[in-house]
Write a protein that binds this ligand. Sequence first.
Ligand code: FMN
Length: 397
Amino acid sequence: MPIRFLTSGESHGPALTAILEGMPAGLPLSPDDINPDLARRQGLGDRKGRPYIGASPRMKLERDTAAILGGVMAGVTIGGPIAVQIQNLDHDTWKGKAIEPMTIPRPGHADLTGAVKHGYNDLRLSLERASARETSARVAVGAMCRKFLSQFGIRVGSYVIEIGGVSASVDEMPLEDRIARAFDSDMSCPDESASHAMRARVEDIIRAKDTLGGVFEVVALGLPPGLGSHVHWDRRLTGRLAQAMLSIPAMKGVEIGPAFDNAKKSGTQVHDEIVLHDGALARKTNRAGGLEGGITTGGPILLRVAMKPISTTLTPLKSVDLAAGREAATQYERSDFCAVPRAGVIGEAMTCFVLADALIEKLGGDSLAEMKPRFDSLRQSRLDDLPMLDEPTVFWE
Ligand SMILES: Cc1cc2nc3c(=O)[nH]c(=O)nc-3n(C[C@H](O)[C@H](O)[C@H](O)COP(=O)(O)O)c2cc1C
């Protein structure tokens, strides 16, 4: 795949770093393209300045801003690897401090699995890297990919549709409206009355000393047909998007379009019929979620992602003290109560990365100037463009 990225850094270390490789030259890029997404991931406030209530106090402490350390000169990408760094302001409170070893693993976190795998004698070594703090570096990468996609009119947004069993009603709402209204909501939910109910549900769970998960949707608009491939398992865009979503900590389910609902229906109720509209191929529905055969149809991509409840709970869970060798209750550390509205931003970032990768794969080229004319000439699914045979063919002699 033409682009890739790595992140490095721990939750309370000095900084998070990301290197994004394969971005073409000629893309104007500055921290201003990245910082708004970092602020959204922190849940510091919606457009009306209302902060998100379910976030850990840590998020109020941090002020994530990106420093671009390589790959950009005079405000434009040069085609080399782009390095971005985000300081951890909380590092100052941990620096030089002797920290008690953590020996009681939290069920649902990476404490035990990470320690068993790597032979750690302090569970903190697992949690420092498994922490979703790492996703701030991913959001920085996603913001750079978003800037690249915007050059071709491709847009990616997200919104929350469920928190702790409280569901939003969005079926009748156009996708653009869902994204815009979510931007104005502190719960990132386009349905105002569901937003209030979700906020109340999070307030209740904080009082109950427990945590919540939920579901968000990611939407990509303005895509051309033909991104991805049907020819190899690892090139199918469907699988690449699903993998990207499930790579986000705490994401345990992903649906392309209304996949689980489709599974209850018959084929004639589900498949998006192909019609002619002014000589062009068109669909009146998008129950495939924008993908057929692992390739974009040209319709919007719709992903639905399920997040499990946060595993650090104020109410202790049963566990084992690995140092003492006896059963013990989990201990609480400053933590989110519900992170679903913030997780949607990470889903957007990973979607932007996968789509930028697929677009560069489709267009080829090393600079934006090279790619733009190729994008403009992408086949628009017009009937005249498809040179169909009208004679039988012997395929295998
Ligand atoms: C935005 C976001 C914030 C999170 N905040 C917390 C948190 O404060 N406390 C916690 O225990 N887990 C939190 N998690 C979840 C853990 O990172 C995750 O459960 C852990 O890494 C184990 O991975 P797994 O759930 O994929 O198995 C958060 C996840 C995301 C996406």
